[in-house]
Ligand binder design. Sequence first.
Ligand code: SAH
Length: 254
Amino acid sequence: MTVYFVGAGPGDPDLITVKGRDLIARAGAILFAGSLVSETALRWAPANCRILDSKEMTLEEMSAWLVAQAQEHAVVVRLQTGDPSLYGALIELVQPLDTAGIAIQVVPGVSSAMASAAAAVESLTLPEVTQSVIFTRVEGRTPMPEGESLAELAGHHCTLCIFLSITLISRVVAALRQAGWNDTAPILVVHKASWPEQEKIVRGTVATIAALCRSEKIASQAMIIASPNLGARHWTSLAKSKLYDPCFTHRFRR
Ligand code: SAH
């Protein structure tokens, strides 16, 4: 009896890992995040598998169900959107299982941040532009710890992947401005990245992105990416990675 926390990936059922898919195929019970995980991810579940949507359950109900299923089945799966380590209430669900003495394992998944970059053919890091990525959100009902306000993080001028914030996009824009981002700085919003036939890519700037999202009626399941790298595919001059620069000497080349 093991409860596996499996990252289902960002939406496209083909973006689950082989390991995650194999666990689903062996599962006696699956608890899935109904509002987010595409039900097609369940296409590999065995016919007699007990399958429950956690959409309307409290955390207590979810952990009680997982504990009960683990007494009956060798493989129980908690299927989460993207990667389980990002905004997934992982620890809240693991603690009651630890208390009950039930073994758990986490199987990583493709985060929506990665799927959004892929959809738009963007690189989150680029030599001499930015080499860092911050995964964050704006403050909503969950307060931000000290030092992590978006305005403070945006002050690094690196790539920001902003989760859970599309309904607060005007707050995102205000924070970027406060941190000194120009009105012309490019912003990318990807709605339902990787979802077959539903993915939408919106490109704008600090000045235009909020209105563009409003007119495209994007109000949920969207990743906001602010980055000095955006659009680099079309740049004519690109700083090459130093490692391949002929003027750059290192250990193996002088
Ligand atoms: N663990 C998930 C994140 C869960 S929080 C992951 O790794 O992706 C939910 C937020 O993730 C949403 O508000 C949205 O910002 C983002 N998100 C989830 N799926 C998405 C998708 N297919 N496209 C764009 N953003 C998505």
